[in-house]
Design a protein around this ligand. Structure first.
Ligand code: ADP
Length: 604
């Protein structure tokens, strides 16, 4: 079978996505590979397709135990013999799976890294040929990565111990040079074909809001305006999760919650409720999401700002894995900076590192937080900001983020900028942001009184400026180095502050949200207005999912259902043409869905 035949027959896709084909070709020619692709780009296909072509068994090493069951379920649905071995299996299931693997029953075997050291696993290696080892989440091998796993360091020893060295593929979404080098060295990849695909996710729309009067009301409105859509709301603390979750439930919204303070049993139950579609909205801390492969998440709203752009992009990137339009919205408030700073300070370092190393890591964390704050407050294109941060060329103006869709104008703010900087100096850098705004606007403020600043030079010098405008200007001054923030997020002077006296400051400021933004929302509402047929198909999918104890999106993704509703296939041949329908699924499900389509067509 050719790789394209495998792609079509088992996965139901017509073509490869960027990077997939090159990696698959290298693997099939016997070369090691390192694939760096953002979440949702389709890394799994890169090892699943070769697994069906190469002789013998492909071993996939993955740290995500919760994901294994899903992935294996999806592969079995597609007609691919696969299984997994991890600590969640009972002793009986474990030995049964081992026996079947030894007898050559599977093409793909997922395994948790800890299990590689177990003696009985070596028996498999000796009784059937392992032709390919794929290391998923390969950044776990590096101490510079976010989720270092010591057991990953033993992978190369396992590979060495095999009678014949298999091809080795490493896959990750972490792109920094240090992590990349570690992967090649520590997994001992041999002249690997390295491929980094674009980090852009064009189907994701990015939006930021600063200082909303009520974040919770915003979220409630958003969810109510997007009925039947599944989404995640990330909060910084457990307390916030409880608050937001309660508020949504009070409004009758179908929501559940997830954080480390809940029992393991409740976490599992709530996670399943979300994945299987019983609850539409998941309110969670960042403890939720690793290993969640739900492809039809239509929105990710951050109730608070995360501590780095890496974390943000990873969490926001859980939206729209099926390629359909999805929203990533960040609700920022300046307290988020202080909370994150506190969390970073509390983060006790790794005892295996020296004091100097720990200090360097702490410094790096603060630097990352600053970048994240800039993202939250910039008025430039959000996508451009993300792409440049991840080392890509950027896109200038994407027309698919709130900053690009907002009516903006370039205005000269030199006068206000100079006054703000001067007032930071006059007040002896004692003012937090709000206190500074009160000072320049000449507003009463207890703290100003306490520091005997009320009425001092410059007090009330910008009395006609709105807080919103001042916040925009202050953000611009901080991003451009005229001011900086201290550890309490107070604006303070920099060595470039005095340059403001000789420079003109021009910045983009927002007018009210422009019509296009409203049009976009309208267009989206129309697009999202599920057709009657789509709803009928969705109901069928839920029934089947319940019967087969599978998450609905594993049977068919939303994208496939939308296509089904639009194309209305009435024959098996047409059904097979749908993206996401392979031969196995066609055989199994055409008979379930076609009658519904036929009835619908007849009635309309
Ligand atoms: P990653 O592991 O990179 O985060 P996945 O492997 O989970 O991403 O793939 C994300 C989604 O993209 C899945 O729903 C998958 O079926 C789909 N996908 C992958 N490759 C293709 C392709 N060539 N054509 C269409 N859809 C694809």
């Amino acid at each position: 079978m050719t790789k394209l035949e495998v792609l079509k027959q088992y996965f139901g896709y017509d073509s490869f996505r960027e990077g997939q084909e090159e990696l698959i070709d290298a693997i099939l020619s016997g070369q090691d590979v390192l694939g760096i692709m953002p979440t949702g780009a389709g890394k799994s296909i890169c090892y699943q397709v070769p697994a069906m072509i190469l002789p013998g068994l492909t071993v996939v090493i993955s740290p995500l135990i919760s994901l294994m069951k899903d992935q294996v379920g999806a592969l079995n649905q597609a007609g691919i013999p696969a299984a997994y071995i991890n600590s969640s299996l009972s002793a009986q299931d474990y030995f049964e799976t081992l026996d079947l693997a030894k007898s050559g029953r599977y093409k793909i075997l997922y395994i948790a890294p800890e299990r590689l050291e177990v003696e009985s696993f070596f028996e498999i290696a000796n009784s059937c040929e392992i032709s390919f080892v794929a290391v998923d989440e390969a950044h776990c091998v590096s101490q510079w990565g976010q989720d270092f796993r010591p057991s990953y360091l033993k992978i190369h020893r396992f590979i060495e111990s095999l009678p014949k060295r298999p091809v080795v593929g490493a896959f990750t979404a972490t792109a920094t040079k240090r992590v990349r080098d570690d992967i090649v060295t520590l997994l001992q990849l041999v002249f690997p074909k390295t491929l980094v695909t674009g980090f852009d996710r064009p189907n994701l729309y990015f939006e930021t809001h600063q200082s909303l009067p009520s974040k919770i009301n915003f979220i409630i409105d958003y969810v109510k305006n997007h009925p039947n859509q599944s989404g995640i709301i990330y909060c910084i603390s457990r307390k916030q999760v409880e608050k937001v979750h309660n508020a949504l439930c009070d409004e009758g919204i179908s929501a559940t919650r997830y954080h480390a303070g809940l029992s393991q049993e409740e976490r599992r139950r709530n996670q399943d409720a979300f994945i299987y579609g019983d609850k539409l909205v998941m309110v969670a801390t960042n403890a939720f999401g690793m290993g969640i492969d739900k492809s039809d998440v239509r929105f990710v709203i951050h109730h608070g700002m995360p501590k780095s752009l890496e974390a943000y992009y990873q969490e926001a990137g859980r939206a729209g894995r099926d390629g359909l339009k999805s929203d990533c919205i960040l609700l920022y408030s300046s307290q988020d900076v202080n909370i994150n700073k506190m969390l970073i300070d509390q983060n006790v370092g790794n005892p295996e590192l020296s004091t100097a190393e720990q200090k360097a890591i702490h410094q790096k964390d603060l630097e990352r937080l600053k970048i994240m704050t800039f993202y939250s407050t910039t008025t430039d294109c959000l996508r451009d900001y993300i792409l440049k941060y991840f080392g890509e060329a950027g896109c200038g103006h994407c027309d698919n983020c709130s900053n690009c869709l907002v009516e903006a104008e370039e205005i000269d703010v030199t006068n206000e900028a100079r006054k703000l900087v001067a007032c930071v100096a006059v007040t002896g850098e004692k003012c937090g942001q709000m206190m500074l705004f009160d000072y320049v606007r000449g507003q009463p403020d207890d703290k100003l009184d306490m520091f005997h600043l009320t009425g001092k030079k410059g007090y009330g010098c910008l009395k006609d400026s709105s807080v919103r405008r001042l916040r925009e200007i202050l953000g611009h001054l901080i991003r451009n180095g005229y001011l900086q923030t201290d550890e309490y997020n107070k604006p303070i002077l920099t060595e470039h502050s005095h340059d403001i006296l000789s420079e003109t400051v021009v910045m983009k400021v927002t007018k009210e949200r422009k019509k296009r933004m409203k049009n976009r929302q309208r267009a989206k509402a129309v697009a999202n207005e599920s057709t009657d047929l789509f709803e009928l198909l969705r109901k069928k999918r839920s029934e089947l999912a319940l019967k087969e104890k599978m998450p609905p999106y594993i049977i068919f993704s939303d994208k496939t259902l939308h296509e089904m509703a639009a194309e209305q296939p009435l024959t098996e041949k047409d059904f097979l043409d749908l993206s996401g329908v392979g031969e196995h699924k066609c055989e199994k499900y055409a008979g379930e869905f076609i009658p519904i389509i036929r009835k619908y067509v007849q009635e309309h």
